[in-house]
Design a protein around this ligand. Structure first.
Ligand code: SAH
Ligand code: SF4
Length: 378
């Protein structure tokens, strides 16, 4: 017989942590039919209804029971900052004094959400602000899906819709694969957010043993390459000592064979370290037989990093050289610097320089413009 349900026996769970399968299994424990899970998913993700009393295809008794089993909790928004260039940054409360960030990046035909997968990051890349903070905790499915839903709900009030999601915020997504791929399941599935797999990109610093999951999930792969050979990459990215370039690029080729999708290679331009013309030659040579496009990202400065951003001329020259060598290469326009939302500037700390707090300003007054050359384009 099904377990009797009352508040004292039930283990109340957050809906946003469930995949369809997960909810079916959870409801089964309480003797509920499988198809109920699908009905609830439709209400929540299609209709944005999170009040059981409004889910009219469920009986009154069932609705009452469900209230004791399931809550709907999204991470509260602590701050919402909007850049002069239209980039928007959201700061979320993820309990115990921790916060994470997600960034909305507008471009001509897209509205891309860049989400965080962890609080801090253990990969310790020397040029990255997030990498300066040791991993505090891996995010849960509900906290990843929660970033998407909270942002969509806010921008939805302006009639806008997120078109893409990239795992390029705080943390190394492949260091938290269960939650990241659980969240991807919710985001791409027709019973969930229903975003095409091709609009979802996972970026990794090169955790080779977990990279197979990206092709299995049939989503896009981006790799933080950042070095044109093992020496320089190991100097700036400690992970390269464990998983060197040869193995990493072989894994990239395997991804391409499995999916037919080109990989996006992210390459941060650090003054004097990775930005010279000779480096452009080595980079293009290194990637000669890897089906990929290169995204050049001029280094975004942050206090005490010890690195410098190259001049615009150097950046331009590097870009031109790569193109001349036949590479498919894109120069990422830096966006959101005034609100500290650019690549590698995200942190778990609320207080820092250059933030422009407009959390009290009206969303309704915000003009999200489009740009002819936005970022990221993956
Ligand atoms: N951990 C994952 C995803 C988050 S980092 C990864 O490393 O791929 C997202 C991108 O930001 C990476 O390509 C990284 O190389 C880049 N990045 C980090 N710090 C940066 C900085 N200060 N300036 C410019 N890009 C940076
Ligand atoms: Fe972590 Fe990515 Fe930053 Fe490296 S670049 S420290 S992997 S977030």
């Amino acid at each position: 017989m099904a377990e009797a349900i009352n508040e004292s026996t039930s283990q109340i769970r957050n809906f946003y942590s469930f995949t369809l399968e997960g909810l079916e299994a959870y409801l089964k424990q309480y003797g509920k039919e499988k198809f109920r899970a699908q009905q609830i998913f439709k209400w929540v993700y299609e209709q944005r209804v999170t009040d059981f009393d409004l889910m009219l295809n469920l009986s009154k008794d069932l609705r009452a029971e469900l209230k004791n089993l399931i809550t709907f909790e999204l991470p509260p928004i602590l701050k919402h900052l909007i850049s002069v260039d239209g980039t928007q940054k959201f700061l979320f409360d993820v309990r115990d004094g921790n916060s994470i960030e997600a960034v909305v990046i507008p471009s001509d035909d897209r509205l891309t959400l860049c989400v965080s997968s962890e609080i801090g990051c253990n990969m310790a890349c020397h040029f990255c602000f997030t990498g300066k903070q040791k991993l505090k905790r891996r995010l849960e499915i509900s906290e990843i899906v929660g970033q998407f839903m909270q942002v969509q709900d806010v921008i939805g009030q302006k009639g806008l819709k997120l078109s893409n999601i990239v795992f390029m915020g705080m943390g190394e997504p492949l260091d938290n694969p269960e939650a990241v791929f659980g969240a991807i399941d919710v985001i791409h599935s027709p019973w969930g957010v229903n975003l095409s797999r091709k609009k979802i990109t996972v970026s990794t610093s090169g955790l080779i043993p977990e990279m197979y999951r990206v092709s299995e999930a049939k989503v896009r792969l981006a790799v933080s390459l950042n070095g044109y050979n093992d020496d320089v990459r190991s100097q700036i990215m400690p992970i390269n000592k464990k998983y060197p370039l040869r193995d990493l690029l072989n894994e990239c080729k395997r991804y391409y064979r499995a999916t037919g999708d080109k990989i996006t290679m992210e390459y941060v331009l650090l003054k004097g370290i990775t930005d010279q013309i000779s480096h452009a030659h080595e980079l293009v040579k290194l990637l000669r037989d890897v089906p990929c496009k290169i995204n050049l990202i001029p280094f975004n400065e942050h206090p005490g990093s010890g690195f410098e951003r190259p001049s615009d001329e150097t950046v331009q020259a590097f870009h031109t050289e790569c193109m001349g060598l036949g590479a498919q290469v894109l120069l990422r326009r830096t966006m959101g610097r005034d609100i500290f939302a650019a690549c590698g500037q995200l942190t778990t700390k609320v207080d820092r320089p250059e933030s422009m707090d407009i959390s009290n300003s009206k969303i309704g007054g915000v003009n999200v413009r489009s740009f002819s050359s936005g970022q990221p384009r993956v």
